[in-house]
Design a protein around this ligand. Structure first.
Ligand SMILES: Nc1nc2c(ncn2[C@@H]2O[C@H](COP(=O)(O)OP(=O)(O)OP(=O)(O)O)[C@@H](O)[C@H]2O)c(=O)[nH]1
Ligand SMILES: [Mg+2]
Length: 346
């Protein structure tokens, strides 16, 4: 099970400008010395870790990056202008490999961290460097060196920001399918999901978060019932948990409140720390009941659970309420990040 996002890009640094051959031409100075300037250095390409990004998806559209060449040297000892460097923003956590050598070039783990991936070519030397006691009129200058070129493979291990918790059939996989490009299997029997799935949820243009769908939990999971609680480890680095509760379970004997409590009990057995993580209640499948009944059941569930945190009413199937939920999650994640940056964030 691998949660990686990958992209291949080409980077090319600028070539150095060539050196100039030129001689001083001044009134009353018949034989001016050499005054050809050096060429400018080519621009380099540097990757910069940007905490505002969390996917490599943008590299599907732009795959090649080239920095500017240096300008050639001029007369009168004028050096050519250096080519501008090019910075390419990548998400924090990106590991960079050279495609040809399979060598790891670096691992951008902290916001603002930089990695030079293609060095600009040095500019050539102007003829002023070649004068000597025996050669006062050198006609020699050197061309600039070519910039480095590389093909890179970028790899990003996705870390989930938000985890979905709930009984089997609560609708976790349906929700992640509704709000992200992840397409886990959805079915009306319990334990459809056998391994975690991650999805990137886009909110607006440049914002997104990563949601993790894990297999359903049941009472006794800590003792191995159902699929057990081992998948909870995938939620350990999340900042927020969404606890999905089916408000209209098909079995009339089942009690959503009791079920919700048992999930929290299993969570505590797995990790008291994870049990203290911020957890929102997401009452799902509201499309199955008339609005007044939804209202009444939701109120009762919240009251009996004595739940104090944010409560959302949604339908993963019709997507009713899912936008509002995702926007609220994004806003909360921004707040949490600003208050306490995770390792690797600035
Ligand atoms: N009417 C309705 N049905 C839903 C909704 N969400 C999920 N379902 C149905 O509920 C059943 C279970 O959905 P899943 O998304 O597979 O549930 P899950 O929580 O991922 O279940 P496990 O993977 O087994 O833990 C499927 O038959 C879904 O079609 C909803 O909002 N409304
Ligand atoms: Mg599922």
């Amino acid at each position: 099970m691998k949660f990686v996002d990958e992209a291949k890009i080409k980077v090319q640094a600028g070539d150095g400008g060539r050196g100039m051959v030129s001689f001083r031409r001044e009134k009353f100075v018949p034989f001016g010395g050499p005054d050809g300037g050096d060429g400018g250095d080519g621009g380099s390409v540097t990757l910069v870790a940007d905490p505002g990004l969390n996917t490599l998806a943008d590299f599907r559209y732009q795959r090649s990056f080239k920095a500017r060449n240096g300008e050639p040297g001029g007369s009168r000892d004028c050096s050519g202008k250096g080519g501008e460097n090019l910075e390419v923003a990548v998400p924090v956590g990106t590991v960079v490999y050279d495609v040809d050598t399979e060598e790891t070039l670096g691992d951008l783990t902290a916001a603002g961290e930089r990695l030079l991936v293609a060095r600009g070519g040095k500019g050539g030397l102007g003829n002023q460097h070649f004068k000597s006691s025996t050669n006062r009129t050198p006609r020699k200058a050197t061309p600039g060196y070519p910039g480095e070129k590389r093909e890179l493979r970028l790899e990003l291990k996705l870390l989930a920001d938000v985890g979905l918790l709930g009984l089997p059939n609560a609708g976790k996989s349906t929700l992640i399918s509704a709000v992200s490009a992840a397409r886990p299997k959805v079915a009306e029997y319990p334990f459809t999901t056998l391994h975690p799935n991650l999805g990137v949820v886009y909110v607006g243009h440049h914002q997104s978060f990563v949601m993790a769908d894990i297999p359903g939990l049941i009472e006794g999971a800590a003792e191995g019932a159902g699929l057990g609680i081992r998948f909870l480890k995938h939620l350990q680095r999340t900042r927020l948990l969404l606890h999905l509760v089916d408000i209209a379970p098909p079995d009339p004997q089942s009690d959503p409140v009791k079920d919700a409590r048992s999930i929290v009990a299993e969570l505590k057995k797995f990790s008291p720390e994870l049990a203290k993580r911020e957890r929102w209640l997401v009452l799902n499948k509201i499309d199955l009941l008339p609005p007044d009944e939804v209202e009444q059941r939701c109120r009762e569930i919240v009251r009996r659970l004595r739940f104090k945190g944010p409560v959302f009413r949604i339908s993963g199937a019709t997507r009713d309420g899912t936008d509002a939920l995702c926007r609220a999650v994004m806003a909360r994640l921004d707040e949490l990040r600003a208050a306490q940056p995770a390792e690797g964030e600035g």
